[in-house]
Design a protein around this ligand. Structure first.
Ligand code: GLU
Ligand code: ZN
Length: 317
């Protein structure tokens, strides 16, 4: 059973990041991820990087990236290096995929969603609503070779990573403790490049976190489920594994995760008072309660107090 040890951070120290998808402006949930990752970086005298995850172009909203930058600045959440846009780094993801092809661990898949659903149904597997289907391996060849057609496939195919058997992954989350996921049983061979040619979040996030030397990933608990996949990809690509810390989710009145899909409303940052109000809400959600309140506290003062008070142990759920 492979056990993943988090390697010690590189000599140049803590490097964190916030990686929003510009599918809309920041809402209460994404501000929690931004603030939590910023505070953890500042507390550890680290750097905080900003990366727009805009590969899924059909889901991105023009101008949302600039709006997110404005909102972060209004909240005093400043970044330390030039922000990056994943859409400008297609070559990186292509190279990683080519490398995995040379390692003979990816294969083309022509299944439609419906095809996968029917194959699962035939095996008596029902996928609950809102849950990803576990790929039953329909297109997986007995022996995987190196494919020449990775570049120009004759038909539109997705590329999947072939998981070895018995892939039970273990890792330690800095907030949630020990985590385990059986990738074969809970995920299956997952997609790295979609049929429409778009590189998936799983591949891009791993390539970029390594490329940017990220040592600490602080993000919402909705992404916890992806972590074992990402650690496995890091391992096959021979990247270092960063530390992970997943923050409690902000739920709406119906107990659903706030997201653009549930029409979560944008945070208000039109003036400093509103921005501070939003920051306070986000901080309370992270377990930071007794921060200075006076009307006169500036955002900078408040952020300083929040940084001093930040403690991974008090993150509430
Ligand atoms: N882009 C992802 C999102 O907005 C977050 C990526 C990450 O933090 O790993 O949900
Ligand atoms: Zn298939």
């Amino acid at each position: 059973m492979p056990n993943i040890q988090n390697p010690s951070p590189p000599a140049d120290g803590y490097r964190g990041r916030f990686a929003p998808s510009p599918t809309g402006p920041l809402h209460a949930g994404s501000l929690v991820a931004a603030l939590g990752s910023w505070l953890d970086a500042r507390k550890n005298h680290g750097k905080w990087l900003l990366r727009m995850e805009d590969l899924d172009a059909p889901r991105c909203i023009p101008g949302a990236d600039q709006e997110i930058l404005r909102q972060l600045l209004a909240c005093g959440l400043t970044w330390d290096e030039e922000p990056s846009w994943q859409s400008k780094h297609q070559e990186r993801y292509k190279q990683a995929l080519e490398h995995l092809n040379e390692l003979q661990i990816i294969y083309p898949c022509t299944c439609s969603r419906q095809g996968i659903a029917s194959a699962l149904e035939a095996r008596g597997v029902i996928t609950p609503r809102n849950q990803e289907m576990i790929y039953p391996g329909t297109c997986r060849p007995h022996q995987i070779g190196t494919y020449d057609e990775l570049e120009t496939p004759s038909t539109e195919v997705a590329w999947r990573l072939a998981l070895p058997p018995g892939l039970s992954m273990h890792f330690e989350d800095l907030a949630l403790g020990k985590q385990t996921q059986d990738l074969n049983q809970e995920v299956g061979d997952f997609v790295l490049r979609r049929r429409d040619g778009i590189f998936t979040y799983q591949l891009a996030v791993v390539v970029d976190d390594a490329e940017q030397g990220i040592t600490h990933i602080v993000r919402g608990a909705d992404l916890l489920d992806n972590t074992a996949r990402q650690i496995y990809l890091q391992r096959v690509l021979e990247y270092e594994t960063p530390s992970y810390l997943h923050l409690p989710l902000v739920l709406d009145g119906y107990g659903e995760k706030l997201s653009k899909q549930t029409l979560a409303s944008a945070i208000h940052t039109e003036n400093a008072q509103q921005a501070l109000q939003e920051l306070r809400k986000a901080a309370r959600h992270l377990g930071l309660r007794d921060l200075p309140y006076g009307k006169d506290a500036s955002i900078a003062e408040w952020l300083l107090a929040a940084t001093q008070a930040w403690d991974r142990k008090i993150i509430s759920s």
